[in-house]
Ligand binder design. Sequence first.
Ligand code: UD1
Length: 345
Amino acid sequence: MKKKILVTGGTGYIGSHTSVELIEEGFDVVIIDNLYNSEAGVVDKIQNITGVKPVLEVFDLCDKGKVDTFFNKHTDISAVIHFAAYKAVGESVNKPLDYYRNNLMSLVNLLDAMQHNGIHDFVFSSSCTVYGQPDKLPVTEDAPLQPATSPYGNTKQVGETIIRDTTVSDKNVKAISLRYFNPIGAHPSSLIGEFPKGVPENLVPFITQTAYGLRDELKIFGNDYDTPDGSCIRDYLHVVDLAKAHVVAVKRLIEGRNLKNYEVFNLGTGNGVSVLDAIKSFERVSGIKIKYRIVGRRPGDIEKIWADPSFANKELGWKTLSSLDEAMKTAWDWEKKIREKKKDA
Ligand code: UD1
């Protein structure tokens, strides 16, 4: 019998890539999504890639009644991977209550319903944002967490705490928080990828939109940081590599190979890449020069952070396989594909 995994936010950027990898590894996938930042048609794209169309239930996880109804209907779920959340750092500063309500209420409703329905295995979408600016680089999972610099970041810290406390209070519950560094790129089929609403906040979609001519220029937020070229440093990983880590994590829980009831893993490449290096990588793979301008620092930006992924390498048996250039190439292929489709429409 195939195991069934509930993927919340499964039509979103990382959720859709993870749904593909789960199906390709022989799992059944059922998705809950409110389509706030994604489209129902993503399940057809998942079907185009895998041959299997996941079940999609469209509702908001903040609606406790609907969450309970869902679990009454789907009684054979083995584990949950929880992506559904708001994720725009800047927006979270302007709409903190929306972020706390959406990201935390959905988490509480989900954990509550899981407990009531005897579902114990839970994988959570966390972020390297919980580290703030670490004192030591590369950063390991035991680094002290810094006060969050945005309500979004705070929802990830509080989210992790809620999950940890749940595993302490109920020894049956097993959970893994995956702290992502910076996911980029798209599926090699160019059928699924990142689709930011409005002006992108993140670097790579801004680069690809600028290359396509949708934006006049890229603004680089600061060149006076204490880094070799003065721009900020991040750890960019291919979204398909990231998606595969979720499959490994969920299998670890289902098969009971976890060391503790609550575990945390960094998911990154281990390489720090500056904003200027990221642009160079894009230019190499696309053959297009990016028009950019240096502007002031973006409030809340971390100067430099990259992962020590050795715990995930050793314990999950997972590591990133794609290079930065390969990831950039898929981001560019995806951008071209979605724009061409829009022209045809
Ligand atoms: C941020 C969050 C991260 C979150 C992610 C999701 C923090 C510290 N990090 O990542 O937790 O998961 O958003 O959206 O809160 N840049 C430019 N010009 C641009 C855009 C970005 O120079 O137009 C630079 C930024 O200054 C940064 C780098 O590119 O140095 C990456 O930025 P971005 O893609 O927004 O990701 P983070 O801020 O690292």
